[in-house]
Design a protein around this ligand. Structure first.
Ligand SMILES: [Zn+2]
Length: 219
């Protein structure tokens, strides 16, 4: 299985080939590839060094393994809202199996840690804990950041994945927004009545993610 990790310190994409029982890069033995993969059928996963480090630190504070059935998901597989942080590989749905009291403790620990950008309130996630380390600020009130030529990272992976589904393109998903990605994006924007400027702002993200979420799966 191929794993792309955006190193948030160097702003470079790092590539790993791992089996499902091997540790995730940067997450050491606290998180195996198979756990991060969750219910996704994809053989291509991505995340960030920051999200992995937050996971390790949270798990070390907790002092024991954290049950994690849902983390990564490709946008074509759907299962979540149009701009889900699970498609970015930076979100974790965990602790379904430990009972209300311990789950409340883990949620409080995640909040106290300051390691996460967002922790979903208990009213939305009564039987699990969702925390994520998204990149901000978003292009829309909630969602993904603005991208343009030269952008690097997991949101570029989502963009390339989405363009392949929407346009039948064959972009290599590498997290690097170069000329080929720009060409396909401007084609998509023109065909969709958007300004063909190669900039993925609020309107383009909304149109593209709504178009492709759950609309097919590219391994
Ligand atoms: Zn979630």
């Amino acid at each position: 299985m191929t794993i792309l990790i955006h190193n948030t310190k160097t702003n470079r994409m790092e590539r790993y080939e791992r089996g499902t029982r091997e540790p995730m890069p940067y997450a050491n033995v606290t998180l195996q590839v198979g756990e991060f993969r969750g219910t996704s059928h994809s053989n291509l996963l991505w995340s960030t060094s920051g999200a992995m480090e937050s996971w390790v630190a949270t798990r070390n504070m907790w002092g024991q393994p954290i049950y994690l059935p849902y983390a990564f998901r490709r946008i074509g597989e759907g299962g979540h809202a149009a701009q889900s942080q699970h498609y970015a590989g930076t979100a974790f749905d965990c602790a379904q199996n430990i009972g209300d009291a311990k789950r409340a403790q883990l949620r409080a620990l995640a909040q106290r840690s300051g390691l996460w950008s967002y922790i979903e309130p208990v009213s939305l996630t009564p039987t699990w804990v969702h925390f994520d380390r998204r990149l901000g600020p978003p292009a829309c009130a909630a969602g993904y950041p603005l991208l343009r030529r030269g952008s690097v990272g997991v949101y570029v992976c989502i963009l390339q994945d989405a363009l392949n589904i929407a346009c039948g393109a064959t972009l290599v998903i590498d997290g690097i927004y170069g000329i080929a990605t720009d060409d396909v994006l401007e084609f998509y924007q023109a065909a969709s009545g958007l300004v063909a400027d190669g900039i993925v702002g609020c309107k383009t993200w909304q149109a593209l993610t709504t178009r492709v979420v759950g609309q097919g799966f590219a391994p």
